[in-house]
Design a protein around this ligand. Structure first.
Ligand SMILES: [Zn+2]
Length: 54
């Protein structure tokens, strides 16, 4: 999963990262990893977007 311009620090692009059950969301530009709260926010926003597009 990729979220364009979703980084709260730099406005960069966020991507799913991690390995196995240890997953997290990381900014491709500044390397920031989101907190659990920030990650939940971007994931729920993408679900709303997907529902609207369907
Ligand atoms: Zn960033």
């Amino acid at each position: 999963m990729l979220w364009l311009r979703g980084c709260p620090r730099c406005g960069g692009d966020l991507a799913d990262a991690g390995f196995g059950l240890e997953t997290y969301v990381e900014c491709l530009q500044c390397g920031k990893t989101l907190t659990a709260e920030q990650e939940a926010a971007v994931r729920s926003a993408s679900r709303r977007y997907a529902a609207r597009a369907a």
